[in-house]
Design a protein around this ligand. Structure first.
Ligand code: GLV
Length: 333
């Protein structure tokens, strides 16, 4: 049941598959005879220094993968020199995760129907030192993941959504939980209210369209995450990589644009950066690492990605992230 939950996508899983396929279809055009004896993968993002441009994606219920769950993931991110994005639907409280490591972290927010609950979540995250709020905008309702429907997926007894103090034992499936608690009425104009709750940057997660990207900036978003929720929401949306160039063009450098969905190698990271992304988020591969080896397993996946990115950059003639330019990648339909 846990594996099905993490692995699956919505409906026919077309978007889930497309995310990886888009990377496989695209091509790198490396530049030769460039001094890459030293390679620097570091970036700045919303005031933080990252050792390399990969963040850990917000993923729910990490104790389903390993008993150390979110604490292990946050510590792995810190050890790798990057930012962990902690999920609203974590099985560890955001305060406990914050206490596990002083490294910068962001909080992923699902706006709750009860605005008081949303307000409290944002205030708690700010008080605990989270440096940005990442609002997920692609989940007014939950996508239909057929494996979860079949399994009647919900949290097993003993695990709870600790940020919401909802016991798993009360028998709600995840879909029922989202249906009864999430705010499906949220609109652009509500972002002003949200931004007023805490003086931390707001990042919008789940933007695919150019016009939405423009609106996001008009509403004060500090960054945009191009994402289709790992293919778990609306099946039939484009791969994140294919949606990226349109958003990059519309944003025109005004805010950082991030992407997630299908990133499986350093070459994939390089492709996303070449298209204009400032950084990528990685999800499932980290869950597999976490499941196999807890903190060490997740850290190993991050270390592999970092080494892989460095090698890909050197082979492509890029000694710094700044040298990763648009002409390095060719997108193919
Ligand atoms: C939760 O956000 C999920 O995608 O399952």
């Amino acid at each position: 049941m846990a594996y099905d939950y993490f692995r699956s996508g919505a409906d026919d899983e077309r978007t889930l598959r497309e995310n990886e396929r888009a990377f496989r279809r695209s091509r790198l055009w490396p530049r030769m005879l460039v001094d890459v004896a030293r390679c620097e993968t570091g970036i700045e993002l919303l005031g933080s220094r990252l050792a390399f441009p990969v963040l850990t994606a917000p993923m729910a219920y990490q104790k389903l993968a390993h008993p150390d769950g979110e604490v292990a993931m946050a510590r792995a991110a810190a050890a790798a020199g990057t930012i962990a994005v902690v999920a609203t639907l974590a099985t560890t409280s955001l305060e406990e995760i914050a206490a596990a490591t002083p490294a910068p972290k962001w909080f992923q927010l699902y706006a709750q129907r009860d605005r008081g609950v949303t307000r409290t979540l944002v205030e708690r995250a700010a008080a605990a030192g989270y440096q940005a709020i990442m609002l997920t905008v692609d989940a007014p309702v939950l996508g239909r993941r057929l494996a979860d429907v079949r399994n009647g997926f919900g949290l097993p007894p003993g695990l709870a959504m600790e940020n919401l103090r909802v016991a798993g034992g009360e028998g709600l499936t995840l879909a029922q939980h989202v249906l009864s608690r999430h705010d499906a009425s949220m609109e652009w104009r509500d972002l002003e209210w949200l931004r007023g709750l805490a003086p931390v940057p707001l990042v919008l997660k789940g933007v695919l369209r150019r016009d939405d990207a423009v609106r996001a900036i008009a509403c004060g978003a500090a960054a945009i995450l191009v994402s289709n929720h790992g293919g778990r929401q609306l099946d039939g949306t484009p791969a994140s990589l294919d949606a990226l160039p349109g958003v990059i063009e519309a944003v025109a450098g005004r805010v950082p644009v991030l992407m997630d969905g299908g990133v499986r190698s350093g070459g994939d990271v390089l492709k996303a950066l070449a298209l204009g992304a400032t950084a990528v988020l990685v999800g499932r591969p980290l869950l597999w690492g976490l499941a196999v080896g807890g903190e060490e397993g997740a850290l190993r996946v991050l270390a592999l990605l970092r080494g892989d990115l460095e090698r890909a950059m050197q082979l492509a003639g890029c000694a710094t992230i700044g040298a990763v330019t648009r002409d390095l990648v060719e997108l193919r339909a």
